[in-house]
Design a protein around this ligand. Structure first.
Ligand code: SAM
Ligand code: SF4
Ligand code: SF4
Length: 347
């Protein structure tokens, strides 16, 4: 396989384009497959047993992760998002963050977390070089929040985590809310009221048909357009331009100057054309689409060192043709194999 190459910078090796001309810019790296929550849309408690994913031996170690990220940086990745499962369950996470923050070419280092364990770790993560935080929060009402976390979470802990992160110097955090019809639609306006003017950016995510254990149905999706109209009726909004090519969320500013919100509309507005993202599971498998069924084990190539790994990665990316969201209606019925679960590749 021959990678289509873009002009190299001195530090960079091959910077391949995939078969649809898309470069690789963005890596979502799962550091753990376990989670302390059981959100029904991701890891339902009746499908994923207690204690799932606690086999540390199958995970990439920090040396492997560092080599892997160096390789990704050499093929063009500049944005790295650490995720899970719940990344704060990974032991010595700040030490890993410190290693990743030093890698040449990575100029945006972020993490997605449910924030229930964030408060005691926020300062250490900031000191280690973590640049940005995205926090998942589906409800403010305590009973609803607890129910949506599979009976495991308390909203107070998440709000404490956000406060601790602010005190540690994280600003303009993203707060993600997955909206499900009949489950938490009524939490949307209270969440907007809570975060308006805070400097953080609340983003509503359409419930996606990722994996197979959540039992997704199209009727459970709340379209971003209708949600925007509901919010606009109370707090008028204006569309804002995207900040960079391939930005996942559309941006909408409050006309009264109280900040902005976003919508991630993978179901109703496919954005595959600009998709520059790769995902790696905690056990070192590459997924070139959120909706893939099979991953490629990167560990054999990693064992040959950074240079060989980088060349292998360039070949893998150049063969990529994914555009599931654009073809959702045809592909859902034709899907072969079991699609990978969100908690394995981190969103
Ligand atoms: N545990 C961390 C958390 O919840 O932030 C990180 C991993 S979680 C898989 C990453 C993101 O995926 C979360 O914001 C979560 O809400 C989102 N997510 C999970 N399943 C989803 C689904 N079926 N549709 C849309 N978003 C989903
Ligand atoms: Fe855990 Fe995040 Fe999935 Fe919820 S969305 S079950 S917090 S991995
Ligand atoms: Fe990217 Fe796949 Fe999502 Fe399309 S469906 S935007 S290719 S991850």
């Amino acid at each position: 396989m021959n990678a289509v190459l873009r002009p190299d910078t001195p530090q960079m090796a091959h910077q391949p384009l995939d078969s649809r001309g898309r470069p690789l810019r963005d890596l979502r790296l799962s550091v753990i497959e376990a989670c302390n929550f059981r959100c029904g849309y991701c890891m339902p408690a009746d499908r994923v047993p207690e204690g799932y994913g606690l086999d540390a031996a199958s995970r990439l170690n920090f040396d492997q992760i560092e080599t892997l990220v160096r390789g990704f940086a050499r093929v063009g990745v500049s944005k790295l998002r650490v995720t899970g499962g719940e990344p704060l369950l990974r032991k010595r996470l700040p030490a890993l963050i410190a290693r990743l923050a030093r890698i040449e070419g990575i100029d945006d280092l972020a993490m997605t977390t449910n924030a229930s364990l964030l408060a005691p770790h926020a300062q250490a993560l900031r000191d280690a070089g973590l640049g940005r935080l995205t926090i998942s929060l589906d409800a403010l009402e305590p009973a609803r929040f607890a129910q949506m976390s599979g009976g495991r979470g308390q909203v107070e802990r998440v709000l404490e985590g956000i406060a601790a992160a602010e005190a540690a110097g994280f600003s303009a955090m993203k707060v993600n809310c997955v909206v499900q019809r009949g489950v938490n639609e009524d939490q949307v306006l209270p969440l907007v009221a809570h975060f308006r003017g805070s400097g953080h950016v609340l983003r509503f995510i359409e419930y996606m048909d990722v994996g197979s254990c959540n039992g997704w149905q199209r009727g459970q999706v709340v379209d971003s357009d209708s949600l925007r109209a509901r919010i606009h009726a109370q707090w008028p909004l204006q569309d804002l331009p995207s900040q960079y090519t391939g930005e996942v969320a559309s941006r909408h500013g409050f006309i009264d100057g109280q900040g902005e919100i976003g919508f991630v509309s993978s179901v109703t507005h496919a954005f595959c054309g600009d998709c520059h993202r790769a995902r790696v599971s905690a056990d070192g498998h590459l997924y070139t689409c959120l909706f893939a069924s099979t991953g490629t084990d990167l560990r054999p190539a990693l064992a040959h060192g950074e240079a060989r790994f980088t060349a292998h990665l360039a070949d893998l990316w150049s063969a990529r043709a994914d555009r599931y969201s654009e073809l959702r209606n045809e592909q859902r019925s034709a899907r072969r194999g079991k699609p990978v679960e969100m908690f394995l590749i981190g969103g």
